[in-house]
Design a protein around this ligand. Structure first.
Ligand SMILES: *[C@@H]1O[C@H](CO)[C@@H](O)[C@H](O)[C@H]1NC(C)=O
Ligand SMILES: *[C@@H]1O[C@H](CO)[C@@H](O)[C@H](O)[C@H]1NC(C)=O
Ligand SMILES: *[C@@H]1O[C@H](CO)[C@@H](O)[C@H](O)[C@H]1NC(C)=O
Ligand SMILES: *[C@@H]1O[C@H](CO)[C@@H](O)[C@H](O)[C@H]1NC(C)=O
Ligand SMILES: *[C@@H]1O[C@H](CO)[C@@H](O)[C@H](O)[C@H]1NC(C)=O
Ligand SMILES: *[C@@H]1O[C@H](CO)[C@@H](O)[C@H](O)[C@H]1NC(C)=O
Ligand SMILES: *[C@@H]1O[C@H](CO)[C@@H](O)[C@H](O)[C@H]1NC(C)=O
Ligand SMILES: *[C@@H]1O[C@H](CO)[C@@H](O)[C@H](O)[C@H]1NC(C)=O
Ligand SMILES: *[C@@H]1O[C@H](CO)[C@@H](O)[C@H](O)[C@H]1NC(C)=O
Ligand SMILES: *[C@@H]1O[C@H](CO)[C@@H](O)[C@H](O)[C@H]1NC(C)=O
Length: 409
């Protein structure tokens, strides 16, 4: 036994040194692989940043020694040694892990303006930490190379500094779920000429919210707009003078606002939308037939508007990329269109809690990818065996809770 063990050890050592030797050769051969260590002034800035942070789980324990490029969460340009990234989002998930370890692993304290010495900083991610309702520092607006700013879920409050509008290189801005933040106006949007992803979900935009759409249309590169639960009370019925270039919008989420309006026609000018979430947004009236032109749609959720009425338009059957269709919790009447059976990609179909009636169409039996089907709390008539479940091999959730008895054959 001892013989085999030492043989394996020897083999291991040979392999280890062999690979180190190869790496060494590679380093010597291609000089541009050699990493420049981090710059003294930037290292100093990071140490000052660390000093102002409370780090109970010692996430930043690797932050000592000379080469700050090797520190946890720090990413450098290997050629110049400049710090490019600070990825300090909480590594423990609020949703998948237990809440105690999540909380233990949050950073808190102050955010030192020493970060301004990181002249090339591209990415600043402080998400899922707990900054105890401090304001978003104004100086972040002067980190002019910033491309990604993620301060989501981090307990910031106060006015969103308009200085963020100076970040003309910013591509991704996420301030989601800092329930204490607000803006007085959105004039600062005009400087965000590179912005592609904007998430101000749960920020309070109620002041000056009648102009939100005009300001959004000033963002020429915008692809994803998330203004969920943003205290918006006004949904313009006519479009702004110009949509600028944002007609290439790919995703919009305006859920949880208080629009008290019909679904506006201008939404359909964003004809490349792939997802549209208008959940619980206080919309009323019919589902416009204009949806038939939205052939890029993959995810559509109009649930819990309570007062959306009329039919599910048969033209939904043209949305051939649709993977998810949810219209729960409205006052839809009429039958399920037979054409829904054309939606080959559909995975999730949910029409619960409406006043739909008639027979459930046989065509649903074509939805080979369907995993989730909720037909409950409607006024169906007839015999369910008309759906041929034989083809629905992916189905794992089926709910048919019925207010009135129905024959299940
Ligand atoms: C620097 O090098 C490391 C590994 O040597 C690599 O993981 C990292 O992506 C490089 N960073 C940049 C910005 O190229
Ligand atoms: C920021 O960090 C969090 C947690 O580590 C991560 O989930 C998120 O994707 C990061 N954000 C960006 C924009 O990379
Ligand atoms: C940054 O933004 C503020 C507030 O919007 C503005 O007053 C200031 O002139 C801007 N600074 C630069 C350098 O653009
Ligand atoms: C917002 O953050 C809090 C923790 O601060 C969390 O409990 C809550 O689930 C988050 N809300 C959303 C919508 O993510
Ligand atoms: C949002 O801001 C408005 C105006 O400041 C205020 O009246 C309202 O109470 C705020 N909403 C929430 C939920 O804090
Ligand atoms: C809109 O896009 C066109 C071409 O892609 C570009 O020339 C123009 O400058 C853009 N307009 C704005 C307001 O960014
Ligand atoms: C919206 O689309 C309609 C119909 O395609 C078009 O007539 C109208 O000019 C568009 N509006 C704007 C502001 O682009
Ligand atoms: C639906 O309409 C009724 C009657 O007009 C109204 O009382 C109720 O507040 C509306 N619900 C929503 C969510 O708008
Ligand atoms: C769909 O688009 C075509 C061409 O852009 C337009 O003529 C038609 O009116 C649109 N249909 C609806 C229902 O909006
Ligand atoms: C089941 O799928 C097959 C092949 O796609 C199709 O020919 C058949 O009509 C489907 N049956 C039902 C009941 O939908």
């Amino acid at each position: 036994m001892a013989g085999i063990n030492s043989f394996l050890q020897l083999l291991f050592l040979l392999l280890l040194f062999g690979s180190l030797y190869l790496k060494a050769i590679k380093l010597c051969l291609c000089n541009n692989d050699v990493k420049v260590p981090c710059l003294r002034i930037e290292r100093q800035a990071l140490l000052q940043f660390k000093e102002a942070i409370i780090d109970t789980s010692h996430r930043l324990s690797s932050w000592h020694g000379d080469d700050c490029c090797g520190w946890e969460g720090v990413g450098c340009d290997n050629k110049t040694g400049h710090v490019l990234k600070l990825q300090l989002g909480n590594p423990v998930s609020l949703f998948d892990d237990d809440i105690a370890s999540f909380e233990r692993s949050t950073l808190s304290g102050e955010i030192s303006p020493s970060l301004l010495d990181l002249k090339q900083l591209n990415v600043l991610n402080l998400s899922f930490n707990n900054f105890g309702e401090i304001h978003i520092p104004k100086f972040i607006g002067y980190l002019e190379k910033l491309r990604v700013l993620d301060l989501s879920n981090s307990h910031f409050s106060g006015k969103i500094p308009s200085q963020l509008g100076n970040l003309s290189n910013l591509i991704h801005l996420n301030l989601y779920n800092n329930s204490g933040i607000y803006t007085e106006n959105l004039n600062w949007f005009s400087g965000l000429s590179s912005l592609s992803y904007l998430n101000l979900g749960w920020a309070n935009l109620s002041t000056g919210s009648t102009k939100w759409l005009e300001h959004v249309c000033m963002l020429p590169s915008l692809r994803f707009l998330i203004l969920e639960h943003s205290e918006i009370y006004y949904l313009p019925s006519s479009p702004p003078n110009s949509f600028g270039n944002i007609t290439s919008l790919a995703g919009i989420d305006l859920s949880g606002n208080y629009f008290n309006s019909p679904i506006p026609q201008w939404l359909f000018n964003f004809s490349s939308l792939q997802y549209m979430y208008l959940i619980s947004a206080n919309l009323h009236g019919p589902i416009p037939d204009s949806f038939s032109n939205m052939t890029s749609l993959e995810y559509l959720d109009l649930s819990f508007n309570e007062n959306i009425t009329g039919f599910i338009p048969p033209s939904f059957g043209k949305l051939c990329k649709l993977q998810m269709l949810i219209v729960d919790g409205n006052q839809l009447t009429g039958g399920l269109p037979i054409s829904l059976g054309n939606l080959e990609k559909l995975i999730h179909l949910s029409v619960a809690d409406n006043q739909l009636n008639g027979n459930i169409p046989e065509s649903l039996g074509n939805l080979r990818h369907l995993e989730y089907l909720d037909l409950s709390w409607n006024d169906w008539e007839g015999v369910l065996s008309e759906i041929h479940f034989a083809n629905l091999t992916s189905l794992y959730f089926l709910s048919l809770q019925l207010p009135s008895p129905m024959l299940l054959v």
